[in-house]
Design a protein around this ligand. Structure first.
Ligand code: IPE
Ligand code: IPE
Ligand code: MG
Length: 258
């Protein structure tokens, strides 16, 4: 698909690709894009459908966006699929949400493999049903040598839990004398987070009009660019992704400098 995007500047015209006229600088694609996929419930409600119908529709969008990100040369795509707070939802909805990874991977894993995508899991495995874990772990295992887009599923993920866990692990090492207090710096803390050696997100996208992080990657998003849209996740298209990247490319990232 990349060959469609001529050289390093391109004009997207096909609706499948982007809003007409959207220009993207292929030398300045955000390397790590994180997405809070929100609004499935409202999408379903607007149509008089049960909330799970929105989740089913949202799953189809994941496909499209993985392909779009891969084609643009994004290196890491982190998708917030289930938060540690989402357990508060009715059991039937939780069950449905936790079946989705299995359903998604059952139909898409062969394609992900052939497209050189590497699947990763970011979240607490404990607490996840065995069918969810089995499906994701199989995908992680079968794609671990792939060198293309890293597709990182945030599943049973909560940023405060992640940080508390990292602090506990570091404290244990210090207590055992394996680490000195002086060695505990920002880089070290970063490696103890579930995102591990992954670079921080360059761009955060949240759909559905909510302007909050909902406990998502609080440490890693310290200097990311944020892009919010009212579009509900099931209505999210490649063109919206391109729009977000286009806005990102107009931002001046200063990191406190001038
Ligand atoms: C996002 O859609 C999916 C998850 C949080 C798992 P929601 O289910 O939160 O949809 P809204 O926010 O209720 O519309
Ligand atoms: C954030 O969405 C979690 C995911 C998208 C998985 P929520 O819908 O759970 O967030 P709140 O409750 O509106 O903050
Ligand atoms: Mg929501």
């Amino acid at each position: 698909m990349l060959e469609k995007f001529s050289k390093w500047k391109s004009n997207f015209t096909a609706t499948e690709d982007a809003a007409p006229g959207t220009e993207l600088d292929l030398d300045n694609i955000p390397k790590h894009v994180a997405i809070i996929m929100d609004g499935n419930g409202r999408w379903a409600k607007e149509r008089g459908l049960p909330r799970v119908a929105g989740h089913r529709e949202g799953m189809k969008v994941v496909n499209k966006i993985v392909r779009t990100a891969n084609a643009l040369g994004v290196e890491f795509l982190t998708l917030y699929a289930f938060s540690t707070e989402n357990w508060k939802r009715p059991k039937t909805e939780v069950d449905f949400l936790l079946r989705l990874p299995e359903r998604y991977l059952k139909s898409e894993l062969p394609t992900l493999i052939s497209e050189n995508v590497q699947v990763r899991l970011m979240g607490q495995p404990e607490g996840l049903p065995s069918y969810t874990l089995r499906a994701v772990e199989e995908a992680v295992e079968k794609t671990k040598h792939n060198t293309g887009l890293v597709l990182n599923f945030a599943l049973n993920y909560g940023s405060r839990y992640e940080m508390a866990e990292a602090m506990r692990a570091i404290a244990r090492k210090v207590k055992q004398g394996e680490l000195s207090v002086e060695e505990v710096d920002e880089d070290l803390i970063g490696t103890y987070l579930m995102s591990g050696a992954m670079r921080d997100p360059d761009l955060l996208i949240r759909t559905s009009g909510e302007i909050r992080l909902s406990n998502f990657m609080l440490w890693q998003l310290a200097y990311s660019e944020f892009w919010f849209t009212d579009v509900l996740w099931p209505d999210f298209e490649a063109a919206h992704f391109h729009e977000a990247v286009s806005v990102y490319q107009q931002r001046g990232r200063r990191y406190g400098g001038i």
